[in-house]
Ligand binder design. Structure first.
Ligand code: ADP
Ligand code: MG
Length: 233
């Protein structure tokens, strides 16, 4: 079963009375464990699509089934529950809480989950997993950009989501740090995490098995590669 199934998704923004169409009928299926990138130039609608997939925004028309449930029929409460438990977000600007240390930033999503007690050992494991054990009590301003993004990735995984969404995750990083972060995404994919990365850089997209190109709100091309076992350097 697909984790995500989008059919004929359109999105228009309304500025006053005039509609600005941004997405023009997107069809997309994403299976469990898939590693996908969405590429396209600035303004092509990548973040708009990502926000719809992440239940941050609703489409103007079309259907969206997430883990077998129709998103259209969900209440705001159900949507926020899904955002807190099913979806992990990673942003270009990291979006960490600057006053909180690494541990507390990663713990945060677990504190929003009513069904599960905030689990300190999960947090510790994730911080170790992203290689920041030595920085656990540091605040974001004491970390490099790459380390901050590692914290953000650990935080995104904390609630055990079925889907990891990353919108230009290396957009603020130099090329060496970009390679490090992409290696981490590659490894998470190998471990079975379902990942969607939005990027305008084709080099980043080359890491993933499927590449979808957006052009003016339409999918222009789809590339599906064979699975390889070797991780890129
Ligand atoms: P990308 O992420 O590919 O750069 P976006 O999805 O951010 O593209 O934006 C696609 C188009 O939608 C752009 O023309 C942008 O100006 C417009 N847009 C994005 N968000 C809004 C908004 N909240 N209100 C109006 N227009 C928007
Ligand atoms: Mg964008």
């Amino acid at each position: 079963m697909s984790v995500i199934s989008l059919r004929s998704i359109t999105k228009s923004y309304y500025l006053g009375l005039s509609a600005v169409p941004v997405l023009h009928g997107i069809d997309l299926d994403i299976e469990k464990g898939e590693y996908l990138s969405i590429v396209g130039s600035s303004g092509s609608g990548k973040s708009t699509l990502m926000n719809i997939i992440g239940c941050m925004d609703k489409p103007t028309s079309g259907s969206y089934i997430l883990n077998g449930k129709n998103v259209e029929n969900m209440t705001d409460h159900e949507l926020s529950e899904i955002r807190n438990t099913e979806i992990g977000f990673v942003y270009q600007t990291f979006n960490l809480l600057m006053r909180k240390n690494v541990f507390d930033n990663v713990l945060l999503p677990l504190q929003y989950m009513r069904s599960r007690k905030a689990d300190r050992s999960t947090v510790l494991k994730l911080i170790e997993r992203v290689g920041l054990k030595e920085r656990i009590y540091h605040k974001p301003n004491e970390l490099s950009g790459g380390q901050r993004q590692r914290v953000a990735i650990a935080r995104a995984l904390a609630a055990g989501p079925s889907l990891l969404l990353a919108d230009e995750p290396t957009g603020n990083l130099d090329s060496a740090t970009t390679r490090e972060i992409m290696k981490l995404f590659d490894e998470l994919h190998e471990e079975g995490v379902t990942i969607i990365i939005v990027t305008h850089e084709h080099e980043i997209a080359q890491h993933t098995r499927k590449i979808i190109t957006l052009h003016d709100g339409r999918t222009q091309s789809r590339i599906f590669k064979k699975k390889t076992n070797s991780l890129r350097p």
